[in-house]
Design a protein around this ligand. Structure first.
Ligand code: AHR
Length: 501
């Protein structure tokens, strides 16, 4: 009989070694005109669950609890064929149009102004995308004038005539969406897009110099053009933009959970590669300014891949992934990965927020939390402050991505609250792991809270009837002895250990 030896991992931190303060916009999300995200998701005027503006109150409450500081809108692929003017002004006069991106009818009953009203109620702000697919720099300029100029010009007065006296003052703008993708309306080569982004950005900043701009990076690390796309685009528009976007979705199509969870390694490589390219262009062009990253679409997405919809219907059930427990573990790992790069990743958006590949689902009778809601909620609410360099010493396993550590972890210091928060995922599917962390620099700190997300069934899901199958529970057994934290992380589990005085 071989003696059983428990896996051990250590987290090493030093209060003087910081990665960066966290930009709260790293906890952003995304609402696209797609499926039931807008209609029946956040907006359902004929529902008894809606408020006087038609916004679902039950959904607003769940979003407020997620503490999402920014929401990207109105797409996604949708934006590349969108005329924002169709969605403003009198509702009876708004046209119904074909949306070629998702092969549905867009009624335009919800548009830019409704979104801004909704954002206020959701305690969030807008990250707006302009159409650089079927439209161009003229329209990009006009929408900034409509949104951000006080009055006294055609588009700003048009906004006023629509009942919005004060400008919306939207500060963060995406220059199109996934323009490298052949599926995108108005798809462009890197050189074509780079020039368009530069000119659109120049005009947009002429209208309002206080805005920040995100240029499209690759639609995923797997794109054939990855690398050259980033290099060429940034070479054209470095001066005009502030961020470069990254998009990535992962799936467990092969039902291989260790490989699926090892995708945090792939995500980490993606981020470090994009940083290298940004810095190479910076060096070549001898710039002072660094380009930061906007990871403005990330999530698990594959469960709904085979869903078919009838063409040209309205608000169908589209991309409605039902998330299971292992998806929640990867979502936690992806958030940890983003935070470990908080010095460069300033914006990130969980794609998406309601019904469409989302943490929140709705029916006509209520709303409920999917499994992935829980890690997002905890990390977004308690992952505020400064990321400390978190050196993780963990056993590893072999994966297609190379060595994957069993432990994903990050440590955050909240100086205001005098708290230290550890987020950790034990990816081991069979064994618990003994975690230690030397806390002698944090004298007097005690364990304030230990919450965990775990389930014996990797495929367990939450439904409207059984909404709590996968939910948080209190962790047990963590202790501090002689200034060292000891915790037992059970197999396949996510943890938040919150320490303070
Ligand atoms: O989030 C769903 C879709 O994924 C978005 O519309 C697009 O940008 C990406 O391909």
């Amino acid at each position: 009989n071989e003696a059983y030896i428990m896996k051990k991992a250590t987290i090493c931190i030093d209060k003087n070694f910081e990665v960066s303060d966290i930009d709260k916009r790293i906890y952003g999300s995304f609402i696209e005109h797609l499926g039931r995200a807008v209609y029946e998701g956040i907006y359902q005027p004929d529902s008894p669950l809606a408020d006087e503006s038609g916004f679902r109150k039950d959904v607003l409450k769940l979003i407020q609890q997620l503490n999402v500081p920014i929401v990207r809108y109105p797409g996604g692929n949708f934006v590349s064929g969108y005329h924002w003017e169709d969605g403003v002004g009198e509702k009876q006069k708004r046209p119904e149009k074909l949306d070629l991106a998702w092969e549905v009818i867009e009624t335009n009953q919800f548009g830019l102004n409704e979104f801004m009203d909704w954002a206020k109620k959701a305690n969030t702000s807008a990250m707006m995308a302009v159409n650089l697919g079927t439209r161009g720099i003229e329209d990009a300029k006009n929408i900034i004038e409509y949104c951000n100029i006080k009055g006294g010009s055609y588009y700003s007065d048009l906004r006023k005539s629509h009942g919005y006296q004060d400008p919306h003052n939207i500060k963060l703008w995406c220059l199109g969406n996934e323009m490298d993708g052949p599926w995108q309306m108005g798809h462009k080569t890197a050189a074509e897009y780079g020039r368009t982004a530069a000119e659109a950005g120049r005009l947009m900043k002429m209208v309002d110099p206080t805005i920040e701009l995100v240029a499209c990076g690759s639609s995923s690390l797997m794109m054939d053009t990855f690398g050259t796309w980033e290099d060429t685009v940034l070479s054209e528009c470095y001066d005009q933009v502030d961020y470069l976007s990254l998009h990535q979705y992962y799936g467990n199509q092969e039902n291989n959970t260790p490989e699926f969870l090892a995708n945090t390694v792939a995500m980490d490589k993606f981020i470090t590669s994009v940083i290298s390219i940004c810095d190479a262009v910076k060096a070549k062009q001898r710039k002072k300014k660094s380009i930061h990253l906007s990871f403005d679409e990330w999530n698990v997405w594959y469960h709904s891949n085979d869903q078919k919809i009838e063409r040209w219907c309205k608000a169908p059930h589209q991309l409605e992934d039902i998330y299971n427990f292992e998806d929640a573990l990867l979502v936690a790992g992806m958030m940890i990965t983003l935070l470990r790069h908080a010095d460069r990743v300033k914006v990130a958006c969980l794609a998406q927020l309601v019904n469409v590949i989302a943490p929140i689902m709705t029916s006509d009778t209520g709303a409920w939390k999917q499994t992935i809601y829980y890690p997002f909620e905890l990390i977004s609410n308690y992952g505020r402050g400064t990321v400390l360099q978190t050196v993780v010493q963990s056993p590893v396993y072999e994966s297609k991505q190379g060595d994957a550590p069993y432990l994903d972890a990050v440590c955050i210091r909240n100086k205001e609250k005098e708290e230290l928060v550890i987020f950790a995922v034990n990816k081991d599917l069979e064994d618990s792991m003994e975690l230690t962390c030397d806390l002698r620099q944090f004298e007097g700190y005690q364990i304030k809270e230990h919450l965990t997300l775990t389930n014996p069934d990797l495929k367990a899901v939450n439904t409207q009837e059984n909404p709590d199958t996968v939910s948080l529970s209190t962790g047990t057994g963590a202790k501090i002895e002689n200034g060292v934290l000891h915790a037992l992380l059970c197999d396949k589990s996510f943890h938040m250990i919150r320490l303070g005085k």
